[in-house]
Design a protein around this ligand. Structure first.
Ligand SMILES: [Zn+2]
Length: 429
């Protein structure tokens, strides 16, 4: 007698399970994929019930015919977790891309009032409907590339009421889309125009007004700061994140993207969940991450989009034993990227990861980078049934066969989804 399940995915050429152990993968463990050749996966009540060789699973479980999916010798792997995005924004910044192509740098454009501050002006005046509508379309595209969990930061609002609004809109998006969203408070993304002359006043608003209300009134689990020369210096960053920690929020940091001003060291000292970017990190900074148990989130799509030819030292991080995760950094200025496979390819080609290390970086390690690693990011009994089924002979195809999506189906919470983005209203201005 076979056990009835809700969904059975069978005849997979490869099931990439990531193995049974909990915890972020570091060092040589970052290349352990727990591959099962000719495998199958059984799902019930939104959770994985069993995974193993096709014959074993098929003899033990059965699902209704329309919920029995033939993977046709393709690859089954966990849905990607994208652990660093600024997905909730209003309007795009194509003109800045043109300016960069003509030789201006990102920081020069920002200093002239473009960059983050131009997105803030747009966000503050846009309707909720427009912001959510545009963001839903971006989530649709992410899902079409196999992403099922997305960290989303506030930070284009930069006033107490507007930041609370941003976090509320992230909840609204989460409720309206199959992808799960993990909200992060990034009120310390930039100094808003009205506080440029007195940045200290804004830091006080962050610590005394915004953070207590964010902790009390929102679902935000993380606090992040853009710790960088010309933005939040090390001392201002420390004040914001220690206050956040005292209120029970976990920490992420934009650290060492352009200059090594001590962000990685601070992340290590405070045992942040992740430190992100890390292009300019020194050996000392990386050692602090290792010692503090911090996950390094690399965003090679940002370097690529900015045409920088400078990337985080991913190979070195893995050799040091730092868990490496990968993210899109999806944002309208420095990384208009929604494809995790592109990010994985860049991680292989530009930061020295192997395809296996990149896949681990976008699944199990990225799930831990958003505090969800015990719930998703692997294919193991009891975990959330978030899967992608690829029309590809090997997981290596993700980084080898570039430029499109290999996703044939997505499974989210045990539900079989067509990854083709639906037609939605554009909300163009
Ligand atoms: Zn960012």
């Amino acid at each position: 007698m076979k056990e009835a399940v809700d969904l059975l995915v069978h005849n997979a050429g490869q099931v990439v399970t990531m193995g049974d152990e909990a915890g972020p993968r570091r060092g040589s463990a970052q290349s352990n994929l727990g591959l099962i050749a000719n495998g199958a996966v059984a799902v019930k009540d939104g959770r994985i019930v069993a995974v193993g060789p096709d014959a074993d699973i098929r003899s033990a479980f059965e699902a209704p015919a329309e919920q029995t999916v033939d993977a046709d010798k393709g690859v089954v792997l966990p849905g990607f977790t994208d652990p660093h995005t600024h997905l909730l924004f209003s309007g795009t910044r194509e003109h800045e891309f043109e300016m960069r192509c003509q030789g201006k740098t990102y920081m020069e454009i920002a200093a002239e009032g473009g960059g983050i501050r131009s997105s803030v002006r747009s966000f503050r005046t846009a309707s909720d409907e427009a912001i959510v509508g545009q963001s839903l379309r971006r989530l649709d595209r992410m899902l079409s590339y196999g992403t099922t969990t997305v960290e989303v930061k506030s930070g284009y609002a930069l006033s107490t009421e507007q930041e609370l609004r941003a976090l509320r809109l992230i909840d609204e998006l989460d409720a309206s889309h199959p992808c799960d969203l993990v909200p992060t408070f990034l009120g310390a993304h930039e100094f808003p125009d009205e506080h440029r002359a007195d940045p200290e006043a804004y830091v006080r608003i962050l610590t005394d007004e915004m953070l207590p209300r964010v902790a009390e009134e929102t679902r935000a689990r993380f606090c992040d700061v853009f710790c960088e020369k010309g933005v939040f210096d090390l001392e201002q960053t420390r004040r914001v994140v220690t206050k956040a920690q005292s209120l029970g929020l976990r920490l992420k940091l934009h650290a060492d993207e352009f200059e090594p001003i001590g962000g990685a060291e601070l992340a290590g000292e405070l045992h942040a969940t992740s430190a992100d970017h890390l292009l300019a990190s020194t050996d000392h900074g990386l050692e602090a991450l290792r010692a503090g148990g911090v996950i390094a989130v690399c965003l090679p799509g940002t370097s690529f989009s900015l045409g920088k030819h400078v990337y985080a030292r991913g190979r070195k991080m893995i050799e040091m034993g730092i868990p490496v995760a990968l993210a899109s950094d999806c944002n309208p200025g420095s990384s208009m990227v929604d494809s995790m496979p592109l990010v994985l390819a860049l991680a292989c080609l530009e930061i020295g990861l192997t395809p296996a290390e990149a896949v681990v970086g976008a699944t199990v390690n990225s799930a831990y980078a958003v505090g969800e690693g015990d719930d998703r990011g692997r294919i193991a009994p009891g975990l959330r049934a978030d899967l992608q089924i690829l029309d590809a002979p090997s997981y290596v195809s993700l980084v080898y066969h570039l430029g499109g999506s290999h996703v044939r189906w997505v499974v989210k919470d045990g539900r079989l989804l067509d990854p083709t983005p639906p037609r939605r209203p554009s909300f163009r201005a």
